[in-house]
Design a binder for this molecule. Structure first.
Ligand SMILES: CC(C)(COP(=O)(O)OP(=O)(O)OC[C@H]1O[C@@H](n2cnc3c(N)ncnc32)[C@H](O)[C@@H]1OP(=O)(O)O)[C@@H](O)C(=O)NCCC(=O)NCCS
Length: 146
């Protein structure tokens, strides 16, 4: 993780897995605004999902995501995240849906396409009316924008 990645994970709600006094899993959800169909949707954005390498495939990530899903459903219009290539199966297995349309970012100089993110963004609809084949634009930040 970069320093920006870490900063992106702060300010929201964290889910942690402890084994005794050792932290073996982390995920968090922070508020962002995603623009879609003319609306700025209050979004619970999942960041920094990780399980210690020797403790994977035991359901820890799924448990953290289920805890964060309760936060998303209680407070946001949708959940969203950008999945690492190897993590898409995890989110799909939990009911998150792949965003099929073009992605972009609201940069200081206007909306710019983020082609490299297409096919890697997942959403969890809560109350928002979403067209998964439409455009989805994230708010701006330093570092990895999605
Ligand atoms: C991705 C990661 C968080 C998954 O953590 P985990 O605790 O192993 O995940 P879980 O055991 O809860 O997996 C739940 C389900 O997700 C899917 N899944 C998880 N990891 C998978 C993998 N590597 N390949 C395929 N499916 C996977 C499976 O359906 C799995 O259920 P199963 O084990 O019964 O088949 C972990 O591998 C990790 O920390 N990777 C490095 C960091 C990273 O890529 N984070 C994601 C950033 S978006």
């Amino acid at each position: 993780m970069t320093d920006d990645d870490w900063e992106h994970a702060l300010g929201g709600v964290h889910a942690l897995v402890w084994e005794g006094e050792e932290l073996i899993g982390h995920a968090s959800v922070v508020q962002r605004r995603l623009l879609h169909r003319g609306r700025a949707l209050r979004t619970g954005y999942v960041e920094a999902v990780g399980v210690r390498a020797d403790r994977r495939r035991r359901g820890h990530a799924a448990a953290m995501m289920q805890a964060l899903e309760r936060v998303v459903r209680g407070a946001y219009e949708l959940g969203a995240l950008s999945a690492a290539d190897e993590a898409g199966a995890l989110y799909r297995s939990l009911g998150w849906q792949l965003w099929r349309g073009p992605t972009s970012a609201l940069t200081p100089t206007g909306i710019r396409r983020t082609e490299e993110e297409d096919g890697g963004v997942y959403v969890l609809p809560v109350t928002a009316q979403l067209d998964l084949s439409g455009e989805l634009t994230c708010d701006w930040r330093d570092g990895h924008v999605w």
